[in-house]
Design a protein around this ligand. Structure first.
Ligand SMILES: Nc1nc2c(ncn2[C@@H]2O[C@H](COP(=O)(O)OP(=O)(O)OP(=O)(O)O)[C@@H](O)[C@H]2O)c(=O)[nH]1
Ligand SMILES: [Mg+2]
Length: 321
């Protein structure tokens, strides 16, 4: 399906035949290991934003994959890290909450570096608190080049994880979320872990989040890609209006930052930065809805919003329990 919209389709939830399998699969790991990239690859469509900046994902986001034999609902979560502000605390809390209500977990790690303290911390948490099946996903193996193999004897990396896998009887797989390498095998292992179950969503639905949410994320993604230093972490985006006209969809959005200096950076010389963000985000939105988009963006300062429970809630980052 092109675009997440299927306006004219009546979405019906079919009755599953005997033997149809379904379930929820949490994707967890440190920031930046490729969790959202992996979910997008499975879904076959970009529903989660991705970037080289750690802590890209801020909301739990479901990606739905329906085949003839199964429906898997992937739950992408924010990277687990040591929080430095209230926003970080909420994100890490919500990632932990998300993994309590799934049937299996993909624990994603960067397969090009040795097991680090951050991964070990998550692994210990899983070992102590989680009883559901865990598949350890060593991602980014496309970066294991000839040189890489010479400077990082791969056994030593895989061994660190190997001990974990053996101790807990986890399955482990090497993949590249970027190229898709290893994903069919991983998907088959996921299905193996699922029990017979119903369709939870209509077969043509790819995410539980409304289009408006993803539009805001697409703007935030461009900010992550185009700005530097503290700016990416200091922004929140609200999509204030989406008006669908016969030939175009008009979108009105506001970017919130914490300081005037950040506002200056976002707008840029003669508005150049904001124009760049707007036109790239607009292009992505057009792909998303498979139609024309007119996008207007404002920038406002909301001081210390990342520390304010009230503003966090307003921007969609409430703590779950
Ligand atoms: N080379 C390579 N890069 C990858 C792979 N998977 C993801 N990346 C890149 O790694 C960066 C982080 O990817 P994301 O999918 O945003 O990572 P994440 O784990 O969702 O990050 P957070 O949302 O911050 O927790 C992006 O620049 C991706 O393009 C992979 O298999 N190979
Ligand atoms: Mg992510």
């Amino acid at each position: 399906m092109d675009g997440i919209r299927s306006r004219d389709t009546f979405r019906e939830i079919p009755t599953a035949s005997p033997g149809f399998k379904s379930g929820f699969v949490g994707i967890i790991g440190r920031p930046n290991v490729g969790k959202s990239t992996l979910m997008n690859q499975f879904v076959g469509q970009k529903i989660a934003i991705t970037s080289p900046i750690a802590q890209t994902t801020r909301n739990r986001l479901r990606g739905i994959v329906t085949t003839e034999a199964a429906q898997i609902i992937f739950v992408d979560t924010p990277g687990i890290h040591k929080p430095h502000h209230r926003l970080g605390e909420v994100l890490v809390n919500n990632a932990r909450v998300a993994i309590r209500s799934v049937d299996a977990l993909l624990f994603v790690v960067d397969g090009t570096v040795p097991l680090g303290a951050g991964d070990r911390y998550i692994a210990d948490h899983l070992i102590q608190h989680i009883a559901i099946p865990v598949i350890l996903v060593l991602n980014k193996t496309d970066q294991r080049s000839q040189d890489w193999h010479q400077s990082h004897p791969s056994q030593s990396i895989d061994k660190g994880y190997g001990d974990l896998v053996i101790a807990k009887n986890w399955t482990s797989m090497k993949v590249s979320a970027l190229t898709g390498d290893g994903l069919p095998t991983l998907f088959a292992s996921i299905i193996d872990e699922m029990s017979p179950g119903p369709y939870y969503y209509p077969p043509d639905l790819v995410t539980d989040q409304p289009e408006r949410f993803i539009m805001g994320e697409l703007i935030r993604e461009q900010i992550l890609l185009l700005t530097r230093e503290e700016v990416p972490h200091s922004v929140a985006v609200s999509v204030d209006q989406v008006v669908e006209e016969p030939t175009i969809t008009r979108v009105l959005a506001t970017i919130y930052v914490e300081r005037d200096s950040q506002k200056g950076i976002l707008i840029g010389k003669q508005g150049g930065m904001l124009k760049g963000i707007g036109s790239a985000a607009r292009e992505q939105m057009q792909k998303l809805i498979d139609g024309n988009v007119y996008l207007e963006i404002f920038v406002k300062v909301q001081r210390r919003w990342r520390q304010s429970t009230h503003h966090l809630a307003e921007f969609g980052y409430s703590a779950e329990d």
